[in-house]
Design a protein around this ligand. Sequence first.
Ligand code: SF4
Ligand code: FES
Length: 204
Amino acid sequence: MSDITLNIDGREVKAKEGMTVLEAAKSADIHIPTLCHNEMLEPYGGCRLCTVEAETRGRTKLVAACLFPVEADLIVRTRSETVDKIRKLILEFLLAHAPDSEKMKELAKEYGADKDRFPKSSSFCILCGLCVRYCAEVKQKNVIAFVDHGAKREINFIPELAAQECWDCKECFPLCPTSYLQAAYHLTHALAFPTLKLETAAKA
Ligand code: SF4
Ligand code: FES
């Protein structure tokens, strides 16, 4: 992997070919906010909070820093009026799901996002997919899955698998930027596990 020099926020940054803009920025202690990114997991590009301006060969576009690969002479702006406006809008939309999440509140303060801009959603899952992907990629258990579509989309535990796998794991809990994951687990536990225990007992 060869070395690449790019420019981030006016600073010359050295990166390796194949790195993302987010990784290059991090190596230079330049902060880009993220919600769906986790170094243990494959890049996902779901939340778009990491949007930055990338200028190459005289053309500027908005890209997700967690997905966009570095290239020689790339010019990246991690803060600009446009970038901040996009992040503010994304946060306002997500705050409709999770107005009480500490992480969301911190970000909202930084970008001046109004938690009441959009009507409150009944689900406080922000669909970052961290729980689903951690369970699939790291634990290889696939206990959590996305269900439903559009505004109703959220995550769910698969009760039969959760009953076997989750009780001594719960490693996904700290990854959730809202409290939805724990709530979903406890709901699954309350509704499904007693039945499963009864079924198991009946079969024995
Ligand atoms: S439950 Fe939490 S970690 Fe899982 S997708 Fe929703 S917000 Fe993300
Ligand atoms: S952190 Fe890049 S899209 Fe979510």
